[in-house]
Write a protein that binds this ligand. Structure first.
Ligand SMILES: Nc1ncnc2c1ncn2[C@@H]1O[C@H](COP(=O)(O)OP(=O)(O)O)[C@@H](O)[C@H]1O
Ligand SMILES: O=C(O)C1=C[C@@H](OP(=O)(O)O)[C@@H](O)[C@H](O)C1
Ligand SMILES: [Mg+2]
Length: 173
């Protein structure tokens, strides 16, 4: 079966929902950030601070293009993946892309609730106003890419609802 790519802003639930979706479909699950961290033996924050964002974006591109198509995988991408290089075209050509579109206020709340501070572009040590402003600006820049997804989900969704959307898009056996 085709691979499924989850895309959307940081904290939109790609990693959390992706894992549950994979289990329900009997697909394997890959979190691109985790895979990059394992391969590089560094956290995402360390990769950004040591080599810079451009290097991280190259790693993302290489990782994305390294997945074989039709491997029955659910792939949780990092929030920036669709917005660099030909990544969005690649996902559309090689699988089903799903945009998790969550209200910006909810994204901010989740971000502050989450443990740790391993999202270098949304540094929680900044003031809350600064983080919210960054989320808003980033979302506006990224929306044209996210909107290209095959399926868009607005707001909260259960795994069962998501399964239904996927099955309606292309039958999953
Ligand atoms: N539907 C949801 N409702 C409330 N909190 C959620 C939901 N989905 C994810 N979260 C929480 O938001 C945070 C970020 O989720 P995560 O799956 O890591 O997002 P992403 O991979 O898109 O950055 C986590 O703390 C997670 O528990
Ligand atoms: O939005 C982004 O540019 C990023 C999102 C992160 O992933 P999540 O979307 O899973 O938080 C991670 O890839 C990195 O910190 C950059
Ligand atoms: Mg994630």
């Amino acid at each position: 079966m085709k691979n499924i790519y989850l895309i959307g802003m940081p904290s939109s639930g790609k990693s959390t929902l992706g894992k549950e979706l994979a289990r329900s479909l009997g697909f394997s699950f890959t979190d691109m950030d985790k895979l990059i961290e394992t391969r590089e033996q560094k956290t995402i924050s360390e990769i950004f601070s040591t080599y810079g964002e451009a290097h991280f974006r190259e790693l993302e591109r290489k990782t994305l293009h390294g997945f074989q198509p039709d491997q029955s995988m659910v792939i949780a991408t990092g929030g920036g993946v669709p917005c660099f290089f030909d990544n969005m075209d690649y996902m559309k050509k090689n699988g089903i892309s799903i945009f998790l579109n969550v209200e910006l206020d909810d994204l901010a709340k989740r971000l502050y609730k989450a443990q740790g501070n391993n999202r270098p572009l949304l540094d929680k040590s900044q003031s809350e106003e600064a983080v919210i402003a960054t989320i808003k600006k980033t979302f506006e820049e990224r929306l044209p890419f996210y909107k290209q997804a095959d399926i868009q989900v607005d707001g909260e969704i259960s795994v069962n609802q998501l399964l239904w959307l996927i099955e309606s898009y292309v039958p999953v056996q």
